[in-house]
Each structure stands twice: as C-alpha cells, then as structure tokens.
Design a protein around this ligand. Structure first.
Ligand SMILES: [Zn+2]
Length: 255
C-alpha cells in the first residue's frame, strides 16, 4: 500500500483522521529566488518539498505524518537585485506562518515540524519560535533540512563542506529531482562568491551588515556548480531524506 502523506492530495475527511491520529504535520517552508544562470528560481521549493515527501513516506508506516503544502515564498531580499525573486518582509512572514499554524491548531493537530529549505529563512524562523510558542498551543519544532544530517554531507562534496547557493549541492540534487530544469550549457559560468561567512563582508561578520548577493557574486552562485553531478545528488538526497526520517522517528523530539 502506498503511503499518502501529501496534504494537497488528501480529502478533508482523510485530514480529520490524520489529526485524530495525532499526526506530525511537516510544514515545508522555502523560497522563490534567483539560483544563478543554470537553475530555476524554484530550487528551494522543489528540493524542500521533495525531501519532505520522501522523508515522510519513509516513516509513514510507523509514524502518523502529513506534509502540508510548501510555503514557496520566504525571506529573500538578498536575491532581489537579480530579478525573478519574491520576498516577504518580517511582519508579513510572521503573519502568514502564524495563520498556517492557527489553521492546523483549529483542526486538532498538536505537533508541527517546520522544515526549512532556504538559508535566508533561518534567522527569521528562530526569532518567531518564542512568539509562536506563546500564541499557539502547538508543540512546534523547526529545522533546516540540510542541517539535520550536515556532517554526513561533507564527505560527498569536493568543493564545499555544507550547502551554499545554486552550488555543488543544490545543482547535484536538482539533477536528480528535476533534471530537465538544469541548463547544462550554463554550468561553465555557474560559480562565484564563497567568502568565509565570518570574514569581513561575510554573512556573519562582526559588526553585522546586510549585503545583497549581487555584491559578492555577479553570477548569483555562491559555490561552484561545475562540481555537481547526478551521482552526488543521489547520495546527498538520500542523506537529507534519512536525516529527516530519523528526526521524525525520534519520539523524544516532542517531550
Ligand atoms: Zn537555494
């Protein structure tokens, strides 16, 4: 029997049954933003939803779970200069997420796992957690999918240790999940950026400042997509899916 885990494919009756079974709601949150010359703007949404679906299907026999529709817009001001990008501001993002959580709460769900697929959302999501804990009765957890198994990703990679942007990792995974959307003829240009993130001008420099991607990577790529391959993508996706599945199986997460 296939496990049906995708909210958008279920009936309202199915979803009432999921709530009655105390299902974990996986809420994927991603972005719609430039990803260099070789990848579509939907990368974070495609990859995050793909990992959430596969991870939920992996555990669904033992763990009641449902994957809510992916929030395709996030915090992407740093990509706006390239075009092709949508962004929220902080009050709007907070309001949209809170509306989603309140909807889940009203339907009787009790456990929500926000699974993020976009680096630019991390700071916002962490800052929302105290507010959401106060303003809902939900047990709420949040993680970025590629951080759930971060140490396992590094050995697969040649050019980087973790996920950057439109890079070796994201390009490799897109070669598996949506190969027809990767433009091989643009790969030779698909590299740039990569200052150490805590170096002057890096993301986490002290003192901090906002910086558009355009200032440190004219291509829009942070990393080197020329190192990408389908074979790496299969390994990276398997690691990310297993990382999410292991977290969903961990009953202590909800203590
Ligand atoms: Zn991305």
């Amino acid at each position: 029997m296939p496990q049906f885990v995708m909210w958008k494919e279920l009936t309202a009756e199915d979803l009432r049954a999921k709530a009655a079974a105390n299902a974990i709601v996986v809420l994927p949150v991603a972005s719609m933003e430039q990803h260099g010359p070789h990848l579509p703007v939907g990368v974070d949404t495609i990859l995050c939803e793909g990992v959430c679906k596969a991870g939920a299907e992996m555990v669904a026999v033992d763990v009641p779970v449902v994957v809510a529709p992916t929030l395709w817009c996030g915090m992407a001001e740093h990509h706006m200069a390239f075009g092709g990008t949508f962004t929220f501001d902080i009050p709007t993002y907070r309001a949209v997420l809170l509306a989603f959580l309140k909807s889940l709460e009203r339907h009787g769900f009790k456990r929500v796992f926000i699974v993020n697929g976009h680096g630019g959302n991390i700071a916002a999501l962490n800052s929302f957690l105290p507010d959401f804990a106060r303003e809902t009765s939900l047990k709420l957890r949040a993680a970025t999918y590629f951080e759930l198994a971060a140490s396992d990703l590094a050995p697969v990679l040649e050019d980087q240790k973790t996920v950057h942007h439109a890079c070796e990792v994201e390009t490799s995974m897109m070669m598996v999940l949506a190969p027809s959307l990767v433009k091989p003829d643009r790969l030779p240009e698909a590299y740039g950026g990569v200052a150490a993130s805590n170096a002057p001008g890096g993301w986490y420099a002290v003192p901090a400042r906002f910086r558009s991607f355009k200032e440190f990577t004219p291509s829009g790529v942070n990393g080197d997509a020329r190192r990408a391959s389908r074979q790496k993508g299969e390994k990276l996706l398997a690691i990310c899916v297993e990382g999410l599945a292991a977290t969903l199986r961990d009953a202590k997460l909800w203590n």
